[in-house]
Design a protein around this ligand. Structure first.
Ligand code: NAD
Length: 541
């Protein structure tokens, strides 16, 4: 910024549209959905701003209608990944030198494109690709993505403003340089906003990127690329490759210029990537930054003072929205015996009132899970609960994949607090509840803390401040995002920076300056005004 200390527009959270009957947004999104459903698109990958097709394709189908094909995407080969790296490094020469306000302008424009002309399209694509209800699509692919773009620009300027002290004879300046080399974004299926944020926040900070989206999200990833193109992201700055994740990753991580991994997905894959980076460490020119937000086994604990209807609502929304496929979704709950009967009746009533089916029918609260692998995994756990003597399914428990991957929202009650579904991440519409002796709150908090490898989100519901304080202390390390008297989902950019520790990730808090700081390498510049001309210090006499 050579010619002014520019202020960026103050970031505000994008208001959530209602999609109530009769609203223009409802009409627009349903029209966009129908158009997408009734056509078939060909999705190339992108290198140096060019569409690349190989003829080697895979079909894309909505999870709620898996026999229906809405398009095909092209698979990259190793040479394409190598080209993506070379291209990114070439683009870095100009991109890393571009004044920050020019980069900010691009991503602020992307936010406005999504808020306006692309809103119906990106939401409809997310309903199609990830089987989200229109509300879930709106809070993800429109609002959260817009928020990431706007707030990151503001956070970037806050970072740049953070400067060291100077004296009258020496001026100290810090430049927040992009990383030397190129960065790698690997994104999950479940949030279009995350898919857009991981590559774009690194690019915003001046980095060049190779981005590998999830195979199950390519239909909506295509709209992200369209937005980036229209917003003016220069050729080669964000390159996208689809295909065999192992081949792509092996090629990327073998490059001496690899300088950072921005990953969101499952714990096992992230640990494997970390291991591979460790094995290759001698080949890299710089120590790569590694940021990963991974799995969760998120909890709700209610105290005996909690209000049963509030506890039940936290479970119904926290566990089942988007079929429990949020990393923050409640999947284990600890309910005290004194309120259990009431909580149980409310939860059963809620779950029985949910409608399940295609997101095109806006009356549906539950849609399909992402793919057959997920469906089969969930069905196996449900079947096991049906036969295990220490588990009982109190509502749900059916599944059907004839048309779409539909799993009924399911509540398992177990007498064993270490029952398998109290510990494993299932990533679906299944919650397991352990009913504890209402007088054993302290012991139960210790149980919550020690049951799972994960530490992403958790919630305490209570009307007793001492109980809230005890949970806050005891569960200090059990969750990176801790909720008091609320469900453990629904983090908003700029309000609840998101991330967990233990096996849940590096806790670099997506949607915060902490995350952006990982994508820069500060350079301190000291300028001395009157340069010494004699080596002798006064003490030398
Ligand atoms: P996933 O781990 O299956 O896939 C994530 C990404 O890794 C995808 O792009 C995938 O293609 C890629 N991948 C898969 N195998 C790979 C390999 N061998 N080498 C390199 N890359 C590989 O996860 P998913 O099913 O897409 O997403 C769900 C998971 O993500 C859950 O565990 C969830 O908790 C987690 N998640 C966490 C957060 C968070 O903020 N903590 C947010 C969203 C999702």
């Amino acid at each position: 910024m050579g010619k002014g200390f520019f202020k960026v527009p103050e970031a505000i959270n994008e208001p959530i549209k209602s999609y109530a009957p009769g609203t223009p947004e409802r009409k627009a999104v349903l029209e966009a959905y129908k158009k997408m459903y009734n056509s078939s698109i060909d999705v190339p990958f992108y290198i140096n701003g060019k569409d690349v097709t190989t003829g080697n394709t895979k079909p894309m189908s909505p999870p709620h209608d898996h026999k229906h094909i809405v398009g095909h995407y092209h698979l990259a080969e190793k040479t394409h990944v190598e080209q993506a790296i070379t291209t990114a490094l070439e683009a870095r020469k100009s991109w890393s030198q571009l004044p920050w306000e020019q980069r900010a302008g691009i991503f602020l424009k992307a936010a406005e494109l999504i808020a306006g002309p692309y809103r119906a399209k990106i939401n409809a694509a997310t309903m199609m690709a990830q089987s989200k209800t229109v509300h879930q699509a709106e809070i993800d692919s429109a609002c959260e993505f817009i928020d990431f773009l706007r707030f990151n620009v503001q956070f970037m300027t806050e970072i740049y403003k953070d400067q060291p002290k100077s004296t009258s004879d020496a001026w100290n300046r810090v430049e927040y340089r992009p990383l030397e080399g190129f960065t790698y974004a690997v994104t999950p299926f479940n949030f279009t906003a995350i898919a857009g944020n991981l590559p774009s926040c690194m690019a915003l900070m001046g980095n060049v990127v190779v981005w590998k989206p999830s195979d199950s999200q390519i239909f909506s990833a295509k709209i992200i690329m369209d937005v980036f193109k229209e917003a003016g992201v220069p050729d080669g700055v964000i390159n996208v490759v689809f295909g065999d994740p192992k081949m792509i990753t092996d090629t990327v991580l073998a490059s001496p210029d690899f300088s950072g991994l921005h990953f969101t997905g499952s714990t096992f894959i992230f640990k494997e990537l970390w291991k591979q980076i460790g094995t290759n460490i001698h080949t890299y020119k710089t120590y790569p930054r590694i940021v990963g937000e991974t799995g969760g086994k998120d909890f709700i604990i209610a105290h005996k003072s909690a209000v049963p209807k509030q506890v039940a609502t936290a479970i119904s929304r926290g566990a089942f929205e988007f079929q429990g496929q949020k990393c923050s979704a409640a999947s284990r709950a600890y309910i005290p015996s004194n309120i259990w009967e009431e909580v149980k009746n409310f939860v059963i009533e809620d779950v029985k009132s949910f409608k399940m089916g295609s997101p095109e029918n806006l009356e549906n609260f539950i849609t399909a899970v992402i793919h057959e692998g997920s469906f089969d995994k969930l069905a196996t756990y449900i079947d096991q609960a049906k036969t295990d003597s220490n588990a009982e399914i109190i509502v749900g428990g059916n599944y059907d994949k004839s048309k779409g991957y539909f799993i009924e929202p399911t509540v398992i009650v177990t007498t064993d607090p270490k029952y398998i579904t109290m510990c494993d991440e299932l990533f679906g519409p299944v919650i397991t509840i352990f009913v504890y002796d209402a007088e054993k709150y302290t012991e139960t908090l210790k149980l919550v803390n020690s049951t799972s490898d994960y530490a992403l989100t958790g919630a305490i519901l209570s009307t007793n401040r001492y109980a809230i304080e005890e949970a806050t202390k005891e569960l200090q390390d059990a969750a990176g995002n801790f909720y008091i008297n609320d469900k453990p989902t629904g983090a908003v950019v700029g309000q609840q920076p998101f991330g967990g520790a233990r096996a849940s990730g590096t806790n670099d808090k997506a949607g915060s300056p902490q995350n952006l700081l990982r994508w820069v390498s500060p350079r301190l510049i000291k300028e001395t005004f009157v340069t010494p001309t004699d080596y002798r210090y006064p003490f030398l006499g």
